[in-house]
Design a protein around this ligand. Sequence first.
Ligand SMILES: [Zn+2]
Length: 239
Amino acid sequence: MTAEIVTLHQVAVEAPPAFSAAINADLLQKIRMAPVPVLFLNAPDGADWAGYCGSHDQTENGEVVLDSKLVETCLRKPNSQHIVEVYLHESAHRLMPGHWHNAAFFCMNFVLHLRAGKLKRPVWHGIKFYDIQDEIDFESPGRFFQLMRWAWLLAVELAETEETAEECATLIHQKYQEFCEWLDAADEREEAATQRRTAAVQHLRNIESDLADARADRLLHFVFGGVAGLLVATFFLWG
Ligand SMILES: [Zn+2]
């Protein structure tokens, strides 16, 4: 029995019109990013992805994958806002390999969305907690809040610069490492601060104790002096 094996390979095709209309030269100029190639695949029914970004060494040209249904007229006309959001999200993955959905990825993704400006609504409305899910810790949200704040402020700053998206990615990667090291040392800083506060409180208590002792001594001297004076007076009066 001979098995018929289906074989496939990638072939460059003309971009679907809905894709060209959404991801155009104007957008690429605004986000200052070299075009990331796209491979269109038909996501199986029930698939929970609209796009994905495989590791670079498993691609032919560093392409990201988008679901063909994004750009085809199915029940509804293609949604350009959604196409842009998915393309920017997957391109941010391509720019930030190894960061998955951490704060560095969130920052890069946010930069692209901010730079993209407004279509039907501001493109940054497509930013979600999903994009920073790796940092979320419901038991101990303090670190998450700090990372979110860091990523937010850096993204807003970088979005206004002339740096290319690729230069932003390098910068974000470096700053993320530095910020994580700073956060990791936070426990040591907190422990040192606690020790300083404890020592300061103990020092104050010692001072208060010394003052109380001094007041007690003065009171004793006063009482003793009074009694002695009374005895002397009594001696002269009755002597
Ligand atoms: Zn993703």
